[in-house]
Design a protein around this ligand. Sequence first.
Ligand code: ATR
Length: 286
Amino acid sequence: MISGKARVAAVLGWPVAHSRSPRVHGFWLARHGVDGAYVPLALRPESAMQGLRALPALGLAGANVTVPHKETAFAAADLLTDRARRIGAVNTLIVQEDGRLLGDNTDGFGFLANLEQEAPAWRANQGPALVIGAGGAARAVVVALLEAGCPAVILGNRTRERAEALRLALAGVAPELAARVRVVDWDALPPEAANAALVVNTTTLGMVGHPPLQVDLEALPASALVTDIVYTPLETPLLAWARARGNPAVDGLGMLLHQARPGFEAWFGVAPSVDDALRRAVLEDR
Ligand code: ATR
């Protein structure tokens, strides 16, 4: 039951019906007995700026922002966190006490926090990271890995120019990070791939209804952590391949769950955690 004093947050997207965020936040609100609500709001692209800028006037505590509004949210924010500036997109908006909108990006945080929880040993491996894909998710992952001390990122994408554009955009805001990114042809991985500490698929390949990822990863060492940001299915062909050859593997669901933590804490004042009960609640068919 919520009272008239309930704090309200939302996820804004178009479409928004597929979003799992209401389940994540709904689970935590119930677990912690918070007087609050988290609702999906379908925000049309043509009204995106207007809708995002209206959050403070409506008295919302903030919102998550999903496809296709992450860049508009970046432009709509009055203030940005350093990581949002580096990623060039906003997935979490927090209404400040003075009514200003703070834009954050927690995708990279979620990616790393998930690895810390599921496979912390990857850090002991000093090799570069191999990132496949060059969309918005890739940029968040690249920034997070470089900030976490990964010595280098090898970036491969079907459309090589898009990977070059990602590196250039990063060079504009964080040249020290961009200097450690090397763009390669994704069908001809360089010899350093044989020392990779981890591989991340940030493309939609392997997702239900999409073809599997077909990059030749045979040179990967058996110690390399293989991760996917896809979580439908949890066991993508890439992860199944990795497990079969003995590599550690981590699925994409945890990134979704962990990226939600900073927003929940900011809006509702409780630091939530990610565990199996949450995973089950989020995966339940409804
Ligand atoms: P997001 O913001 O979630 O990362 P995106 O910006 O649409 O999504 O990026 C999708 C990524 O998946 C891109 O790296 C895209 O490669 P291109 O830049 O070459 O389009 C990749 N991708 C999608 N479908 C693909 C396919 N069939 N083969 C190879 N890569 C694909």
